[in-house]
Each structure stands twice: as C-alpha cells, then as structure tokens.
Design a protein around this ligand. Sequence first.
Ligand SMILES: *Cc1c(COP(=O)(O)O)cnc(C)c1O
Length: 438
Amino acid sequence: MKLYSTKNKSHLVSLKEAIFRGLPEDNGLYMPQYIPKMPADFITNLPRYSFQEIAFEVARTLLEGAIPEADLQDVVSKAINFPAPVHTLDYHKRVLELFHGPSLAFKDFGARFMAQMMSYFNRDEDRELVILVATSGDTGGAVAAGFYQTPGIRVVILYPSGKVSPLQEKQLTSLGHNIAALEIQGTFDDCQALVKQAFLDASLSQTIRLSSANSINISRLIPQSFYYFEAYKQVADGKTPVVFCVPSGNFGNLTAGLIAHRMGLPAHHFIAATNINDVVPQYLKSGQYLPRPSVRTLSNAMDVGNPSNFTRMLDLFSSSKCSTWNNMTASISGYAYTDHETANAIRQVHRQYHYTIEPHGAVGYLALEAYQQQHPDTIGIILETAHPAKFLEDMERILQQPIEIPERLAALAHRPKIATLMSTQFSELKSWLMEYYA
Ligand SMILES: *Cc1c(COP(=O)(O)O)cnc(C)c1O
C-alpha cells in the first residue's frame, strides 16, 4: 500500500511512514494511492463472517501486504475486540451502536487500531516511542485506553486542569502503566501549543523518539471503514436500499464510509448530519466552502468550524469528468440542527421507541428523518457515536430521569487519579520528559 499527500499526488510514502508522520510535510493529508475493491463474493457472503473476520478481510484488501497476514490478524484481533451491534428502532430506522469500547465512543476503534499498528511498525526499534497527545477530553480517553499496555510505547496526555468532566479525567488519569497524565494549568490551546513546541525542540526529539496520535492519522480512519460492512451485514434484506447517516464534526467517520463505499460497500447514499456548525451541509447546498469559527453546542464533539477531513472528501470526489461538487452531492446529502431540535429529538426517540439516544446520535436521527421524507423506501443506519452516559448532565436534564451508567465507566469513579500538575511553561514539560523518558 502506498499513500500520497492530497497536496502532491506524486509524493508517495509507505503505510509505516504515513502512520509515524501523521501529516505530510506539505500540510496535505495522506490518502491511499489506490482504493481496491472487495471481491464480489465477500459482499454476498457477508452474513457468514464475524465482525473480526470482516475487519481482517477489509484491512487485508486495503493494506495490500503492507504488513504480513499473520501480523495483521494479530493487530485486528487486539484492536477490534468489542461488537458494533445494530439496534432496530423500526424497519426503516436503525442505530449502529459504536460505543461498546473502553471509552464509550467510536473513537475507540481508531485509537486501538492506531496503537496496534504503531506497536507493530515499532517492533524492531530499540528505543521506546513516546506519544504526546493534547486533549480536551474525548480523544484522550480513547487514546489512553487504546495504547494501554502496548509494548514499546508510552503515552503522555496533556489536558487542561478543571476543563474536562470528572469521569473523563478519570479515563485519562487512572490507568497508570505506560500512560502518564499531565494536568496543565491552562486551556486546551495551551496543551496543544506545548505539544507543538515539544515536536519543534531539536534536543528533545534527538533524545526521545516522539510521535503524535493526531486525529487525522490515516491509521485512525482505516478501522472506521470496517463497521460500515458490519452494519450492512446486519440490516440488508436484499432489496431495500441502505443509507448511512453520520453525525459529523471533523468528518473522519463519514470519510471512512466513503472509502468503504469505494471498496464495494453497497451503500445507496450517505447523509452528513451536523449541529449548527454546518459548513459542510452549506457546501453541499451552495457549492461554497466557507470555514468559520466553531460555536459551542450540546453535541460538542461536532463543534468544528473547518473540518480537517473535508480535504479528503474533496480528494475522493475530484474527477476529470464532472465537478467535484456534482460528484459529492450525488452521494451525500447534508442536514443541520439546533440544540433545541436536538433536545426534542432525544425526547421523541425516548417516547416513541423507548431508546436513549445521545445528542450526536439525535442530530443523526433528525437528518435521517428529513431524508426519509423524500426517500421513504430505504433502510437508514444512524451511527450512534457515543454512549448517552458520556453526556450525563445534559441527558438527565433533557429526559428528566436518571441515565444508566455502564459498569466500566462507573468503576472509574473509585480509582485514584494520578496526574502531574504543570504550568504552561515549556521548560517545565521539557525537563519532565527528559527526567522520565530520556
Ligand atoms: C469525534 C466525535 C464525532 C465526530 O466525528 P468525526 O469523525 O470527527 O466527524 C461525533 N460524535 C462523537 C461522540 C465524537 O466523539
């Protein structure tokens, strides 16, 4: 497998290089040079495959020998070790539950696969790899759990003191082992600036092998294509068109669906669902892409004003035959909703279907409902990107009743927090890293 930069298609790198670099030097994004098709009988035989077998077959096809099959088998079995079940609201509306992993969000798939791939490609190095991550909450929890006890890799998580929820903080600070947490007395932007400075510091990167677990890393996108096939397997009836509705922020999840589509996923259409941070639905309407600062909403993991994966979407739909916009709108429809509409949808789904959907999924529910007004004879799959308990206060306020907390999250409350309190001075971070990792 070779990957190019969206800014320079003739500059090809190996999968290993794309994973360790994260971003090409020209600031484009890595994309597979070629997206291969699954064999036709794979789709016909889907019902006979387990989720792990689907993941392995898709990975094997896409990675084209970038790692030996036995090792890939090992990566997949360690990374994809929890289910992605589809819940039926009614015949036309299904919910793909992507929250059965350790941090209760779909980001677990990406983080776990990235951890296993990095560990594999790092196996012959004699020095440990130290991964620096700045987090405002969500990503850090998935990364911490994903890399937990991964041989040869240590993770340092920087988070803003007092600005993540108590349970989120426990997800970052209670694991121990190869995961260290730094509680920074500043904002998320300060954490990000510190990480950036660390990468730019020559003496630091000479002494310590540093890498990042950036959200645009291609190894986070690849495993997200697996569950589209898994979901299709669970709902396909052989005649009704299947559409996927994806609550979106940086559009990684949707991009992974588009890659699965290129590989032969029989998806009839995609729906991009957003909150009022709707630059992509606006683009789909007008053909104009106008990034703008994000606004805080209920579905805050989708508060993105300039989605990083939009570049990849443009790349997938660029063609010599017709305009990129025409191409994209043939495959994707966009819808956007306010917090008020989202809260009403959470109540409606609870009343009508006795199902608890969280704010991101509720935005998806509304978008699917709107799409199906025009296209009633479809089976719509809403990607439910997180567990409702992750948004406990908002959910309980909206539904006026207690939300059940899964055991694996509740257990965290009793574990001790271990974090190092630190100022926003880079020198402090540098000497700490040198002391523990040099
Ligand atoms: C990250 C996240 C999203 C947005 O996913 P993208 O791939 O960035 O579009 C949606 N919902 C939840 C719960 C998330 O954590």
